[in-house]
Design a protein. Structure first.
Lengths: 232, 232
């Protein structure tokens, strides 16, 4: 399937890599293709520049946000939270309309250092902001509650763990569920929380995620919802 | 040990019951003892009135917040989030000073119905508000991320799950850890997130907790942090 991934950072690269290996025709979307491919330095995570990554993944196309949105039948938002609405504006409402957008971004504010606060929370969420801005897009929030590596390699944890779905369109959530299965997620690991307002719940997992990252010293962990029997 | 439990709702009753069964000398603290014991109706959870509960737990004393605080060497805040600061003000700073306060309350705002929002979050937390208001008190936030039943009966879930600690005083956290062990928690289920600012992380689990409660239809679940190996 023709798939667009907005954002060329670690999340965008990892998702693009996995989709590419699964046979999707992937286009990465970025603000300025030339500038993105000219960067020679490692990024803030110490990863090689995009042009080196692209040499290893020559079948993945790189275009502007608008070109990627036009290309994709299925869209993935892997931009930074603060870059999400500008990226979608650059992509253009007409290129997004009617499509499913898997939204992985979190509204993290790193302007005051680590741990980051949220730029929106409690009575609103980034997922809802995107859905309100593009009512014709079928926004599904998912995968935003874990590190990038685990998103596409869920079996690398020793036991069952959880991925959440939030979105208004049941069919779109079913499509994301299929995608998750192709990434290695088991059906019983997926919890559909309900409509897009439930993204408030998953985005507000980030404040404890960043503190667990600090306490454990790494990001190879995830939340699992352990369910029991209701006592009689 | 002489233990005070502020709050006579389901959380207060459940914690008091467990502490009583473990041999603590428990006093429940409430705003108006006479009014609390006169209530004849079931509460909003359909539970019998406090006076019936008290008949079944005659060794648990019931006093004002100030009497309970004076009685307790160890304090538990099981009030509603919106009632926490008024309850502690009624308890009196002098009666609280130097003691450990296990803070279980969550700053939930039910004024607009279900699911509730938070009254404080993101850049502050109820745990921090309490610690700032009573700098001499050793505040430890814990047990606030699950339903009351599981707090004192953790083995009723089928597998390992997690309870978090947040607080500035290591000795106080060790004491709470001991208490958790006496409730049935395993050492490897307790994660110390760090100082009291990390209560922002656990209190912000409530927005997803209430949505999971809606999705699953019951509160017999908890978060488990599944840890893996860092890839080389």
């Amino acid at each position: 399937m023709k798939t667009a991934v907005f954002g060329t950072g670690p999340v965008g690269q990892t998702i693009a890599d996995k989709l590419n290996s699964l046979g999707h025709e992937v286009m990465l979307g970025t603000r300025d293709v030339k500038a993105s491919l000219q960067r020679a330095d490692k990024d803030s995570f110490g990863r090689p520049p995009l042009k080196d990554w692209h040499k290893e993944h020559p079948t993945v196309k790189i275009g502007t946000f608008a070109e990627a949105a036009l290309h994709g039948e299925f869209l993935v938002n892997a931009t930074n939270g603060t870059g999400t609405l500008p990226a979608l504006a650059a992509a253009g409402a007409a290129n997004l309309a009617g499509k499913i957008l898997l939204d992985i971004a979190n509204p993290l504010d790193f302007s005051k250092g680590f741990p980051p606060a949220l730029t929106v929370c409690n009575t609103d969420s980034l997922g809802e902001q995107v859905q309100r801005a593009y009512p014709d897009v079928k926004v599904v929030k998912s995968l935003n509650t874990m590190n990038t590596y685990l998103m596409v390699a869920p079996r690398s944890l020793p036991s069952t763990h959880t991925v959440f779905l939030s979105g208004n369109d049941t069919g779109a959530k079913d499509r994301v569920r299929e995608l998750l299965r192709s990434f290695g997620w088991e059906n019983n690991e997926v919890i559909d929380l309900g409509d897009i307002t439930t993204a408030r719940g998953t985005e507000q997992l980030l404040p404890i995620w960043v503190r667990l990252y600090g306490t454990l010293g790494h990001g190879m962990f995830n939340f699992n919802i352990v369910k029991g029997e209701v006592p009689k």
